[in-house]
Design a protein around this ligand. Structure first.
Ligand code: TYM
Length: 344
């Protein structure tokens, strides 16, 4: 790995209802990694169309994610923020990866099974091939580190398998063309901290998700203070007070989730949160969680709203970012073509 320049890549789908899971599982990590790394953050619109999208909503949602990135603290001048469809090399490399990845590998993807549901015959080919596009997103930049929530772990493992198989299948050509022992790095998932899998506020066994029909199941990043308070007060809990040790959260998914959310927002561990709230009942803890959530999410939601009033600026950020991304992507795509033996 050491032969590769360290670079961070991650993506978020513009499918609306950006929520606390996206924020804690991914976006806060994006923000902190800028201190130490060169980062590329992508609004993955090509992924969004694997299920039907209304074109006007897709536009609005693309700008919403862009605004969230900037409002959360990603600097669009220092780092790259762009939307995937403006850099054609993502789709181009995805085709090549479709020819590297094996059907058996994709058949194991649990997210496809969940999203396609019972009517699998009617799912788009894009939804099935989605993980190959995701691998291309990362590897077209030869990125080494990928901050994501827990639900993307299997897709990241597949990206590593694709990179490894490409390196093996073309090892001679890679060496002959002067790229050393391996062309693609094996990208490392960064899945860390107390909120890598934020659960629904209504059901501690289900992931917080953009597509849950109940808006009360999630805190949206752009929710007002009143709505945040209302949703947290309604959040499902159990009758016991909070335990003083994390072991006491073991069979209490809703309590565990709220403690995890508090810990992530406060940048503490679950242990530290329980040291303070152990023995407290939920009404006390929920009040503290409302205050903390409003304190942390309120300014981001307000800044998002302000930015979303200026589409010219947001579109300019995406165009500028795409221009810079394209330079890296085009160079790497040229090398991949050389390795494959495409006449150029
Ligand atoms: P997406 O758009 O579903 O989610 C964006 C990010 O948010 C994380 N996340 C969560 N984290 C904790 N708890 C939750 N309940 C929760 N829900 C979502 C996701 O793990 C993700 O990090 N396939 C990706 C997008 C993608 C991508 C990529 C990511 C496309 N290409 C390349 C990394 C690298 C997705 O659908 O994320």
């Amino acid at each position: 790995m050491s032969e590769f320049h360290e670079r961070v890549f991650s993506g978020v789908q513009p499918t609306g209802n950006l929520h606390l899971g996206n924020y804690l599982g991914a976006i806060t990590k994006f923000v902190s990694l800028q201190k130490t790394h060169e980062c590329i953050y992508c609004v993955v619109d090509l992924h969004a169309i694997t299920v039907p999208q209304d074109p006007l909503e897709l536009q609005a949602n693309t700008r919403e994610v862009t605004a969230a990135f900037i409002a959360a603290g990603i600097d669009p001048h220092k780092q790259i923020i762009f939307n995937q469809s403006q850099v054609a090399e993502h789709a181009e490399l995805a085709w090549i990866f479709n020819c590297v990845a094996r059907i058996g590998w994709l058949n194991r993807m649990t997210q496809f099974k969940e999203k396609a549901g019972k009517d699998r015959e009617n799912a788009s080919i894009g939804l099935y091939a989605y993980p190959a596009l995701m691998a291309a997103d990362i590897l077209i930049y030869r990125a080494t580190h990928v901050p994501v929530g827990e639900d993307q772990k299997q897709h990241l493992e597949l990206a590593r398998d694709i990179a490894q198989k490409f390196n093996n299948d073309f090892s001679e050509s890679i060496a002959r063309n002067g790229f050393g022992g391996a062309y693609f790095p094996l990208p490392e998932p960064l899945i860390q901290g107390p909120a890598t899998r934020v659960m629904s506020l209504r059901d501690g066994s289900k992931k917080m998700s953009k597509s849950d029909p109940s808006d009360n199941s999630r805190l949206n990043i752009s929710d007002s203070a009143e709505l945040i308070a209302q949703k947290i007060r309604k959040a499902k809990t159990d009758p016991e007070p909070l335990p003083s040790e994390t072991a006491g959260l073991a069979k209490r998914p809703e309590a565990d989730n709220l403690v995890g959310i508090y810990a992530a927002l406060a940048e503490q561990s679950r242990e530290e949160v329980l040291a303070r709230f152990g023995g407290a009942n939920f009404s006390t803890f929920k009040s503290a969680l409302v205050d903390l959530s409003v304190e942390k999410l309120g300014p981001i939601g307000a800044e998002m709203k302000r930015l979303q009033g200026d589409n010219v600026y947001l579109d300019q950020v995406l165009r500028d970012g795409a221009g810079r991304a394209r330079v890296i992507a085009a160079e790497n795509m040229g090398q991949v073509k050389q390795i494959l033996g495409f006449v150029r």
